[in-house]
Structure formats: C-alpha cells, structure tokens
Design a protein around this ligand. Sequence first.
Ligand code: ATP
Ligand code: ZN
Length: 301
Amino acid sequence: MSPQNPDRIKIAVQKSGRLTEHSLDLLARCGLKYSKGRDQLICYGENLPIDVLLVRDDDIPGLVRDDVCDLGIVGANVLEEKRLAFAAAGDTAPFTIVRKLDFGHCRLSFAVPEDMPWQGPADLAGRRIATSYPHIVGEFLRRQGLEASVVEFSGAVEIAPKLGRADVICDLVSTGGTLRANHLREEDTILDSVSSLIQTPKTVPAGKAEWMERLKKRIDGVIQVSESKYIMLHAPRAALAEITRLLPGSEAPTVMPLEGREDKVAIHAVCRENVFWETLEELKQAGASSMLVLPVEKMLY
Ligand code: ATP
Ligand code: ZN
C-alpha cells in the first residue's frame, strides 16, 4: 500500500519531548512497526495502514482540525488552550477527545515568589501573570470576575518574576522541582492534565474508520494490561468466598480442583489493579498459599 493512500491513518505525535517516547511506545505495543528515522517528519507503518507524523506538540490540534492528520496524541493542557483559541476564532468543533491515556500527568498551577503572601485567586487582581497558556488563564480570570494582565511567554516562564516581567506565573508542574529551584511556591491549580488521543470530528472513509476503531480497542487493551496482573494461588475450600473478595479488581475467578486434595482448590484470576505485597499478606492470612503474580501481556475484550 502506498503511504499516500487516503485509506491510511495519519497520527500526529510529538517529535521530541516528554510525550515522544510514551506515544511511540504505545503505538508499538498496539502492534505497529514503522520504518525508523526520528529526524524525519513521517514514519511509515510497515505492517498496519498507519503512518506517524512527528511534529511539535502545539501543532497537533491544528493538524487534526485541518485534516492533515486523523488522530493525535497531545496533553490536555495544549488541547484546552487550542480549543479556546479555535473557539475565539469561531471554530467550535476542531477535534474530539476520544481517549485519556496513562502518561504525561501534570497540572497547570499558579505559582508565586516564596515571600509573596497568597490567600487565593482573588490575590491575582491587578497583577501581571506570565504564562504560555493565555487563553486558559484569560478564561479563568473571566470566570472568577478578576482583572489582571496576562503576559505571554513561550518558554522559561519560571524566570519571569526574577526578570521583573511578572508578579505571578501560571505554568505546568509535575514534581514542583523547577518551581523550588526558582524560589517559587505552587498555589491554586486550574487544570489537571494527562495525554489524550484526539480524533478528527469529520467522517472518514469506511476502511480508515474501521482501522481507527481497531487502534482504539488496542489502546484500551494496552492501558488495561499495564494495570492488570494474573494471579494464581491455592486456597482452602472453606476460605473461597473470603479469598475471592480480597482479589483486587477481579470479577469471576477460575476455581479448579487440586489432585488428591479435597480440602483445597486452585484459583486463577485476572486482577485489573496492581497486586501489592499487602494484598498477598492478607490473602495468606485468609489461608491462601503458593501464590504467583504474573504480568499480563495482551488483553482483548
Ligand atoms: P515542543 O517542542 O513539542 O513544543 P514542549 O517544550 O512544548 O515541546 P514538553 O516539555 O516536551 O513540550 O512537554 C510536552 C507535554 O508534556 C506538556 O504539554 C504536558 O502535557 C506534558 N508534561 C508532563 N509533565 C510536564 C512538566 N513537568 N512540565 C511540562 N510539561 C509536562
Ligand atoms: Zn510545545
């Protein structure tokens, strides 16, 4: 199949940054093999009709809106900023968020110099706020009925107070290390963000639509698998109900007889949550023995 074929799916992924490795790893775990060359703009899928476009994350919502790409993986922070920007320009349905993924967790928060007192967002009134998210911050101020000036920074927002360009910043935080290094203190959060899969809201040809659905099902499977474990153990028949209750996130375990043991059974179950040492200790207390916890490689429902 030629890469220009209109039936091939184009998915936009961040070229180089925090989301790149997670995004490409997710696609690989969905079974996609592509010809390498990270410096290139496009990676052609070799075994599935899916090509990957490597671009700046900020460009991804626009590429999906303009039908250059059918799908994209990008943080909710960028999506919300672009959604507000597109809406201001009259485009109210640029893309559809179809999945929340399990990476890229961060939050958009206000941060103030360590020596500045803070009672709450009302303290923003009359201040200069440096941010790379002018639409999100502007919308927040409007909803709070506050007047403040928004100073747009495209990067290194955390140095704005030191440079005398702003009193407060509104920026992405995950661990808080960058804020502390710049003598800033995190205050109110205005957006919790995670990477998301977006899709064009327009109708796509049937062959392509079918593959988009298959890819989404595989993504669901990959996410479930990373949170799932297969557990095997022996249990006294008398403790069956209690042990089943203790298995985290498992619906209907398989119960099997043990050769020559009337009093005990083997239980196998898929647990849709991590199985911690504490759970194994509780199971042991309830009478379980010979416990094995295994990773799950693939899952399809
Ligand atoms: P690009 O060159 O693609 O524009 P960028 O500098 O905007 O890159 P990165 O710093 O790689 O982007 O961040 C990409 C995304 O990772 C963010 O938009 C956000 O969704 C997520 N993220 C997770 N944790 C953080 C964090 N601590 N700081 C910034 N972004 C984070
Ligand atoms: Zn960016």
